[in-house]
Design a protein around this ligand. Structure first.
Ligand code: GLN
Length: 484
């Protein structure tokens, strides 16, 4: 089998047995990238030279008998909002077009320490705002399952690269669905960990109370392996929680007998396509066949999750993005007349229209006179939503829902209608609002052959359960092969 079709688990076995060298693997990986990248356009920056150098170093260490981590030598792509020391980190924005961080994100550092080989930085919606990766200031990534369609967003570059065999797995970030929705659209596995389990240090902030880093991979086991590496308390992120030494991969237990899975009826209502609905209900039947109990449940406040998400996330974004003023880093307008004009022109020219829309919305909901009516009320709904998930999880181990209401849509189809674009997040945003772990994995295809995503939602800090439930389904349904 071609190396680019293999999982990290398979490649790691070959590397450990010395049947394959990291240098050979890296070379083959870049051949694949050069073959399909003109069509897919998932990378903003490629780091081929450095990757080959690192791979040679891994081979040298292995030949000297050093005990390396299981994933040493495996190629990984990184979303371009994770800081990488000395490697341009753009957030797909003109504002950071020439930004070279002087440090790496904690998650990236951990991968480097474990000997993974970074292939490059992956395309995304500007500052992670969007659901199709079309808001990138640089290029439009195509869905490798159908090049006329979007890969989803905002981690669209990460999902497309994994689906097209342009890296073995990738890191993405998820504020309202940005790992899970593109994973669903591209037919790969995407996991958003419980808020706080992965350090956000070095992740360029969008909405800090919702942002979380996580893996996109070709299998549930690969996602578990990657999560084991990046999870843990970090003194540089005060919202990170203790929990070092997680072993999701080693503890995987796909036994479904005795598990209770809930089907929340609010996730199967208006707007969810019939094909998506029936694929997810068929997945529920698979679980029943494996001995799980499946029951209908209700999370009553889901209807309010979308407006709540867009108020909270935009409020935080308007504050987080105030730092891009043409002084501290990044882009500055070439011509201006005084300080205030410099701010105005820099921000007008440096940000794209979706980012400006969020900053304006966020500033509005935080302004005096509207704060109580919008921001404060959204925080109250957040509390109630958390409570209603708590109630549901008192009687269930995990919830089964669609990842998105439809399969991947056409490039350009929703670009001019923000409301339509926002509605694609209807199944994912509530999970971030409540800080829960959730996974998307393929559970079927529609009549045009496009992948359908199954979302599994767990209780806070029950990430292991989600890996277990995901692995059980994958063992029955199988994985989707690399596209193209
Ligand atoms: N699509 C959502 C948004 O535009 C989610 C983005 C994300 O998770 N980063 O805000």
């Amino acid at each position: 089998m071609e190396l680019y079709r293999m999982t990290a688990e398979e490649l790691s076995a070959l590397l450990e047995k010395k049947e394959l060298s990291a240098a050979e693997l890296t070379k083959a990986q870049f051949e694949r990238i050069h073959a399909v990248e003109p069509d897919v356009q998932s990378y903003i920056t490629l780091t081929e030279e450095e990757a080959l150098r690192r791979a040679a170093e891994i081979d040298r260490r292995r030949s000297e008998g050093e005990q390396l981590s299981k994933l040493a030598g495996i190629p990984i792509g990184i979303k371009d909002n994770l800081c990488t020391k000395g490697v341009r980190t753009t957030c797909a924005s003109k504002m950071l077009g020439n930004f070279e961080p002087v440090y790496s994100a904690t998650a990236v550092e951990k991968l480097e320490d474990a000997g993974l080989v970074m292939t490059g930085k992956l395309n995304m919606d500007e500052f992670a705002m969007g659901s199709s990766t079309e808001n990138s200031a640089f290029q439009k990534t195509k869905n490798p399952r159908d090049l006329t369609r979007v890969p989803g967003g905002s981690s669209g570059g990460s999902a497309a690269a994994v689906a097209a065999g342009e890296c073995t797995f990738a890191l993405g970030s998820d504020t309202g669905g940005s790992i899970r929705q593109p994973a669903g659209f591209c037919g790969v596995v995407g996991f958003k960990p419980t808020y706080g389990t992965v350090s956000r240090y070095g992740l360029v902030a969008f909405a800090s109370s919702l942002d979380q880093i996580g893996p996109l991979a070709r299998s549930v086991k690969d996602a578990a392996l990657l999560c084991d590496l990046i999870t843990g308390r970090d003194p540089r992120d005060t919202t990170s929680v203790p929990g070092d030494g997680s072993n999701y991969y080693g503890s995987l237990n796909p036994e479904m007998k005795g598990k209770v899975l809930g089907l929340p009826k609010e996730f199967f209502g208006e707007g969810i396509s019939d094909e998506v609905k029936s694929a997810v209900l068929a997945a529920a039947k698979v679980y029943e066949g494996l001995g799980a109990t499946v029951k209908e449940v209700s999370v009553p406040l889901i209807d309010y999750s979308l407006p709540t998400y867009y108020i909270l996330s935009s409020a935080e974004a308007s504050s987080n993005l105030a730092r891009y003023d043409g002084v501290k880093y990044g882009f500055r307008a070439a011509e201006f007349d005084g300080l205030v004009d410099m701010y105005n022109r820099t921000r007008s020219e440096g940000f794209g229209s979706e980012v400006k829309r969020r900053i304006m919305l966020g500033t509005y909901v935080l302004s005096s006179g509207y704060y109580d009516a919008y921001y404060k009320r959204a925080q109250k709904v957040q509390r109630l939503l958390r409570q209603s998930f708590d109630e549901v999880f008192a009687g269930c181990d995990a919830l089964i829902t669609p990842t998105s209401p439809t399969t991947a849509f056409k490039l350009g189809e929703k670009l001019s209608d923000s409301m339509q674009m926002y509605l694609t997040d209807i199944c994912t945003v509530s999970i971030n609002i409540a800080g829960l772990p959730a996974m998307s994995l393929p559970c079927g295809r529609d009549k045009e052959g496009l992948p359908i995503g199954l979302q599994l939602i767990g209780n806070r800090f029950c990430d292991q359960t989600i890996f277990d439930v995901g692995a059980a389904f994958e063992a029955e349904f199988g994985r989707l092969d690399v596209a193209l």
